[in-house]
Design a protein around this ligand. Sequence first.
Ligand SMILES: Nc1nc2c(ncn2[C@@H]2O[C@H](COP(=O)(O)OP(=O)(O)O)[C@@H](O)[C@H]2O)c(=O)[nH]1
Ligand SMILES: [Mg+2]
Ligand SMILES: [Zn+2]
Length: 333
Amino acid sequence: MAHYNGKESVKTEKSRQKKQRAKQGKPLSLQGFFVPKIENPAVVVETSFKEVKVFDDGQMFKAALSKNLPCNKVLFPGDRVKVEDGVVTAVQERKSTLSRGHRDGTRVNAVLEDKIVATNVDVAVIVVAAKEPPLHPRFIDRYLIVLQGSGIEPIICLNKADLMTESDSQILSVYEKLGIEVVKTSTKSGEGIEELKALLKGKDAIFVGNSGVGKSSLTNTIANLSERTQNVGIKSGRGRHTTTTSKYFVWDKDSSIIDTPGIRALDVSGLSIKDIQNFFTEFAGLNCKYRTCDHVHIDEKDCAVKQAVSSGRISKLRYESYAKLVEENCEKK
Ligand SMILES: Nc1nc2c(ncn2[C@@H]2O[C@H](COP(=O)(O)OP(=O)(O)O)[C@@H](O)[C@H]2O)c(=O)[nH]1
Ligand SMILES: [Mg+2]
Ligand SMILES: [Zn+2]
C-alpha cells in the first residue's frame, strides 16, 4: 500500500505543471527558460545541434546552449534570447510562431514544433508574381490557412506588377474583398515599394512564397534603400537535410525581414469540411438545397455555390482551390 511521503505530491504537482505547459504549446525542456521580456535580446539567426548563431548589437556571434537547452528543437530563427558569457540562458516568450502546418487543436505540440520555420514575426508577406511563376490562388490559400490563428498578419504582395494581366487583378480582388491587405510591387519599376515599406515599418516580417516570385529582389530593394542595412545569412531550423538558407535583415529601426528560400511542403492536412468552408467566407450566406452540402459532390441545380461559380459571382479559381482542399482532406478512407 502506498503511503503519503510528501515526495509523491511534489511529483504529481510537477506532472500537472508539465501537462499544463504542454497544453500551452511550450516545449517541456524549456521550463524555466522562457521569460516574458529580455532587455536588449540577441536574435537567433541559425541553429545547429550544439550552438546557435545570434545577431546582437549589429554583429553575429556564436553562442553555446545551456546544457538543459536542446537547441535545434527548441530554438528557431527569430527567437529572442539572453546570452551570458557566450551561453544562451533564457528565451523570450514568443509573440508568434510560423509553422509549416496549421493548428487544428488536435495535434501533438511536438508535431507543430517540428514544423516551425521562424518565430516572433508580426507579418507574413505572401509573395506571388504576375506572369512567372503563374499566380494561383491555391498557393495563397494554403499560406492563409497556415497563418490562421497564429497571430501573424498576412499581406499579399503581387510582385512583377510590371507584367500584370487582367486575370491577375481579378484574383487579387477576391482577396481584397476578403479584407486582406494586397500590395502590388515591381522591383523593376519601383512601383509599390514605398507602400510595402510603409506596411512593414516597425514590424518583424517574413517573406514567404514560391521560388522565383521575387522575394529576394524585394528584400534587397527594401534593404538597399536604407542606410542601416544589416544582412545575415541564416539557415532555417528545418533539420540537417536542408541546405537552403534564409536571410535576416534589419532594414530600419525595429524593422526586420526574414527572406526565406520558399517553404517546400506546407502541411494543410487534417482539416474538416467545416474548417475549409469557414475559410472560404465568400460561400457564406449561400443556401444550397441540402444543409450539409459539400459543394463538390452534388448537381449544380442543388448547389448554390456551384451556381455562383457558373455565374461568376464566386471566383472559379478560388472554388477550384476549395475543391482541391476538400479532395485532399475529406475523401481519405
Ligand atoms: N519583371 C520583373 N521581374 C522581377 C521582378 N522582381 C524580381 N524579378 C525577377 O524574378 C526572378 C526571381 O527573383 P528572386 O528575387 O530571385 O525570387 P525569389 O526566388 O522569390 O527570391 C529574377 O530573375 C528577378 O530578376 C519584378 O518586379 N519584375
Ligand atoms: Mg530568393
Ligand atoms: Zn453546395
